[in-house]
Ligand binder design. Structure first.
Ligand code: ZN
Ligand code: ZN
Length: 366
């Protein structure tokens, strides 16, 4: 076997312009490494970058949810990450200098050197070595990267669910402090909603409700039952507040987790669902400041703890990998569309809702 000297990569040069390019593999040193990408999960950010809804204004290799095999690694990096050449790992989206006050507090997404700006899948291809994303056969592992060992029984196409499940764990449990016995309402039934439901159930929630909106969510709501949901509600067909009251005889949900995207109505529903003194986690963004029907006084009268959640962290990612490896929830059976580099555009258009029904999980296998 001769070692590759070039990586095959897709470079997003402009919205909808995903260009196949060959990029030279870097020489790695004591503190960095190189990942042979086996699979890269796709999420809403991917199709928003593709369509231009999010436009960083430079060319880059997209893909921020990579899993692969360590192809090369320096001694320093091996010691720091606790992995060796040949190990399968998942790569955290963000970087950490490990030295600034934010990093030392464990809040590495506020790292003074990297912050939210240095994010895999959104770094200029002009920045050496260019291989800053998972839409490529190789991804560069910077000295400030964070890599997590993947349990041996997890195939790469499944292991990439570490990202959405990590989000479900952080947003559904860690951030709101979900306790055993809690009544939890999860708004949204994409892979992050299903993940939040499973995470809440794992944390001991006594009752989990998952909501969707409309016909095209029905298959996902059916899936939700296998991910810990006791009840699923299509909010276009039924009032979720009335249903929660009937099912639980509780004054509302102890915890509401809103993972919807661009659904202003969900925010209003969340405030209606949360019990007085309860917690609402807002993880989905509205994409606009307008929330028809929003009554801020409800936050006062109910003394709602309203908490934003931005992204995930390595603690939640590690918990996600362990939960995936346990096989306790049927992530392996989720409808997923797996494509190679040549069909990335088709998958991204499907995920953007431009070609038929989007898959619950899209995965690129370079
Ligand atoms: Zn993502
Ligand atoms: Zn830092």
């Amino acid at each position: 076997m001769t070692a590759d000297v070039m990586a095959e990569a897709l470079v997003l040069e402009a919205p909808r312009t995903l260009v196949h390019r060959e990029l030279a593999l870097p020489e790695t040193g004591h503190d960095d490494g190189l990942l042979r990408v086996e699979a890269c999960g796709l999420c809403g950010t991917d199709h928003e970058l593709f369509t231009g809804a999010l436009a960083p204004g430079f060319s880059f290799v997209p893909g921020h949810e990579a899993v692969g095999i360590i192809e090369a690694i320096g001694d320093g990096a091996a010691e720091r990450w606790g992995v060796r050449q040949g190990d399968r790992v998942a790569v955290e989206v963000f970087l950490s200098c490990r030295a600034c006050p934010a990093c030392r507090r464990g809040e590495y997404r506020r790292c003074e050197r990297h912050g939210l700006a240095d994010m895999y899948g959104m770094i200029s291809v002009e920045k050496s070595p260019g291989l800053w994303g998972g839409y490529a056969t190789y991804q560069y592992l910077h000295a400030d990267s964070m890599v997590l060992p993947v349990p041996a029984n997890l195939p790469p196409e499944l292991a990439v669910a570490f990202n959405p499940l990590g989000a479900g764990i952080r947003w559904g449990v860690t951030v709101p402090g979900t306790q055993a016995g809690d009544v939890v309402a999860v708004l949204g039934c994409g892979i992050r909603g299903l993940s939040a439901a499973a995470a809440a159930k794992e944390a001991g929630a006594s009752f989990v409700m998952v909501t969707g909106a409309g016909e095209h969510d029905h298959p996902r709501l059916e899936q939700a039952r296998r991910f810990g949901a006791d009840v699923v509600v299509d909010v276009l067909a039924e009032d979720p507040v009335a249903r929660l009251r009937t099912e639980t005889s509780a004054a509302g949900a102890d915890v509401v987790v809103d993972v919807t995207a661009k659904a202003p109505a969900a925010f209003v529903q969340g405030l209606a669902l949360v019990r007085p003194g309860g917690t609402m986690v807002v993880a989905g963004t509205r994409g606009s400041g307008d929330i028809p029907g929003f009554n801020p006084d409800l936050i006062v009268y109910k003394e709602v703890r309203l908490q934003g959640a931005l992204g995930v962290d390595v603690v939640a990612y590690q918990a996600a990998l362990d939960l995936l490896a346990s096989g306790k929830y049927p992530f392996a059976d989720l409808p997923r569309q797996i494509v190679g580099l040549d069909d990335a555009v088709e998958l991204l258009e499907t995920m953007a809702g431009e070609r038929g029904v989007p898959p619950v999980h899209g995965v690129l296998v370079p």
